[in-house]
Design a protein around this ligand. Structure first.
Ligand SMILES: [Mn+2]
Length: 327
């Protein structure tokens, strides 16, 4: 569903009607999620309103350099605090309210800004555009519609949003629209070299150790077309790592020659397995994830299975086998 027509202007009008704006995103936030939030917070303040960014989970280690990150409050606030403290919520990069991991958001009037397939359109205003390369690109349009000057900090945050969601402009969503947005952001002060160094060349030793452990679990299934890796609590602890350190590891599995789908199984709680799926393009992993109760995009999707690791692995490989046959 495309609700772009008038969308950016409608968002600006709604922001102007608010006094105190809560900004949030999906749990386990990525670069698009947090970059978009921080730029949105600056925009809200440029419009003379108050803004607070609240996320259920902390950021991946490589996003610690984002300008203004210190202002993000981590941990779900009690529901009554939401209704009392704010008169508007802005939910970014999140297809439904459950995935924020924050209870009670529905008590607030909401603005829904997203690019996921199947967004639930839960906002009073919905700016949902599945063709947007990143939510950061939609935020850029909103900033422009507001007539607010892009600061270097906003440009950097939105550039990080674009870079992370397009895989350094290598995925199918690296469209002319993505490059046009990038040009505007670099003109406004984003530094691509600095961002790339911060994102990809400041890897903490614990993440290198965890990467080695996770990649050592590599198993190739279905004639080498599916790569499966996993990580459990003991592996995390042995590496001295945290759950958010696993964020990008699935991409190593997708890079194996001949692999069409990579599967990353994360068993951190003993009760549920979080599954990340990545496709090289031919197989629609969003469909696979949706069949297992999750969602996402064609090339990057996920779900959570209430099963032990081995059973989760079998269920996912079976579902991927079906998708490979249909593709
Ligand atoms: Mn996104």
């Amino acid at each position: 569903m495309n609700e772009r027509a008038g969308g950016a202007a409608a968002v600006v009008e709604r922001l102007k009607q608010a006094k105190r704006v809560l900004i949030t995103t999906h749990s386990s936030p990525d670069g698009d999620a947090i970059g978009s939030e921080l730029a949105m917070a600056e925009l809200v303040e440029a419009l003379g309103r108050q803004a607070l960014v609240v996320n259920r989970d902390r950021q991946p280690a490589n996003l610690g350099f984002l300008p203004g990150l210190h202002r993000v409050r981590v941990g779900a606030p009690p529901p009554h605090e939401l209704a009392e403290g704010f008169d508007l919520g802005v939910v970014l990069d999140c297809p439904d309210l459950d995935r924020t991991g924050i209870d009670g958001l529905a008590r607030l009037p909401l603005v829904d800004i997203d690019h996921h397939l199947g967004n639930a359109l839960f906002g009073e205003v919905n700016l949902v555009d599945e063709e947007a390369p990143a939510v950061g690109e939609l935020v850029l349009e909103i900033v422009a519609a507001a007539g607010v000057t892009l600061t270097p900090a906003m440009a950097t945050n939105l550039h990080v949003a674009l870079v992370t969601d397009t895989g350094d402009f290598r995925y199918a969503n690296a469209t002319p629209r993505a490059f046009r947005a990038a040009a505007r952001l670099v003109e406004a002060g984003a530094d691509p070299q600095l961002v790339a160094q911060q994102l990809w060349e400041q890897v903490p030793p614990r993440v290198v150790r965890l990467t080695a452990a996770v990649l050592s679990t590599l198993a190739l299934e279905l004639d080498g077309r599916v790569a499966v890796v996993h990580c459990d609590r003991a592996m995390l602890e042995a590496a001295g790592a945290r759950p958010e350190d696993t964020e990008d590891l699935v991409n190593h599995a997708r890079a194996v020659a001949g692999v069409e789908v990579a599967v990353f199984l994360k068993a951190f709680t003993g009760e549920a397995v979080r599954v990340s799926l990545r496709s090289r393009g031919r197989v629609d992993v969003q469909e696979v994830a949706a069949g297992l109760g999750g969602g996402g995009h064609r090339e990057a999707a996920g779900c959570t299975l209430a099963a032990p690791l081995e059973r989760a692995r079998q269920a996912v490989v079976e579902a991927v086998a079906g998708a490979l046959e249909r593709a």
